[in-house]
Write a protein that binds this ligand. Structure first.
Ligand code: SOE
Length: 380
């Protein structure tokens, strides 16, 4: 513990994502003891003094701030973690980069492509370390899917299919805007399911199957007006409640994506399936330790979908946890991302996805929204 170099974290935002990231910082040194860096929970920042103090007390932050500009100006902070709503990402990231801080930014990178470009320019100018929390890449089964695809076992890829289905906004009585519900407010979020959920699917897809060439999309807003928590008035809902798009990948494969918050019965059903010439892969977040794999090279009498329980020590990340057969969960993906970030400080390599890589996802999101609005194909 004593020989380690401290990475002094300043967290902005103490909602759901603030908790997931903090848990990652707290657990990483116990499970990745070989790392030379150790996160220190130096300060957490949020506008509400009582709330931020309670968060600091619960999670073990040394100090609190209520103004993120003050946090960024502090000399005892090395890295800024942005967990504030999407409308604050660009301003905070640009200021943090100018102050020479490393930046870990919650997804999506920004509300719009224009904002994301400014952020990428800022971190490149400042030369600061950066990463974006597309955490599902670091589910061991998803990382294993990447290894299988990169080994060539699937051969030429024909199809990539992904869904992210939820049901938490079906009630017309659910207000929009304000704490916990900013994801329904266009000004705060930038978009609805496209930036919040499909961005995950797009990030994973680009990582596994390469870049997307063009898209054709449709979106729908099922409930047209909701009470806004901040104004107390009924206001127009401008986010996309559901989004479907299809696309061409640069490798010639076809993609099909669907996301909604109106799929009754589904809470966070993120699934993908990839069909190649020789083999197929599929994965489901509700059963996240399993990777399903079909290999046409198997003897015909035993050929079928294998269900691989990705918990063995020679599978990605799993030698860090328990013993073969014992599962890990959602929270571990954040521990893995922290571990990979700390490792990148040692090696000097980037920690994927960087802002630059997340810009590719942002381009696709932007094209999806524009395609739906114009009812036309959009090139990326
Ligand atoms: C929305 O409900 C949400 O929390 C997203 O914001 C997260 O990114 C996703 O991982 C789970 O769903």
């Amino acid at each position: 513990m004593t020989n380690k170099t401290e990475l002094r974290i300043g967290l902005i935002g103490c909602g759901f994502m603030g908790r997931t990231h903090t848990n990652g910082y707290k657990r990483v040194s116990d499970f990745f003891p070989e790392l030379t860096y150790r996160p220190v929970l130096k300060a957490v920042c949020s506008r509400n003094k009582d709330k931020v103090q309670a968060f600091a007390d619960q999670w073990g932050y040394e100090s609190v701030e209520t103004d993120w500009k003050v946090l960024i100006a502090r000399d005892d902070i090395d890295a800024i973690d942005i967990c504030a709503p999407n409308n604050m990402h660009a301003e905070i990231a640009i200021a943090a980069a100018a102050a020479g801080k490393m930046i870990l930014c919650e997804k999506p990178l920004a509300r719009t492509l224009d904002e994301a470009v400014l952020m990428v320019n800022a971190i490149e100018k400042a030369g600061v370390k950066n990463t974006v929390w597309y955490n599902y890449r670091r589910v061991p089964a998803v990382t294993l899917a990447k290894q299988i695809i990169d080994s060539g076992k699937l051969g030429k890829i024909f199809h990539y299919r992904a869904n992210f289905l939820q049901d938490w906004t079906i009630s017309a009585d659910l207000p929009q805007g304000g704490e916990a519900l900013w994801r329904l407010d266009i000004d705060a979020a930038g978009s609805g399911v496209t930036g919040d959920l499909l961005a995950h699917c797009i990030d994973t897809a680009i990582w596994l199957n390469g870049g997307i060439k063009d898209v054709s999309a449709m979106t729908e807003t099922f409930i047209k007006e909701r009470m806004h928590q901040l104004t107390g008035k009924m206001e127009k809902v401008e986010i996309d409640d559901a989004c479907l798009f299809h696309c061409h990948f640069n490798n010639g494969s076809l993609g099909l994506f669907e996301s909604t918050r109106y799929a009754r019965g589904h809470k966070a059903l993120y699934t993908f399936e990839i069909n190649g010439e020789h083999a197929s892969i599929r994965w489901d977040l509700h059963d996240l330790n399993r990777l399903e794999y079909f290999d046409h090279a198997d003897d015909s009498i035993v050929r079928g979908w294998r269900s691989i329980h990705v918990t063995d020590g020679d599978q990605p990340y799993m030698n860090k946890w328990w013993v073969p057969g014992l599962s890990i969960g959602y929270e571990h993906t954040f521990v893995h991302q922290v571990a990979d970030f700390l490792k990148s400080l040692e090696t000097g390599e980037p920690c994927s996805p960087t802002f630059q890589e997340a810009l590719e996802t942002q381009k696709v999101c932007q094209a999806v929204i524009e395609s739906a609005a114009s009812r036309s194909w959009k090139d990326i």
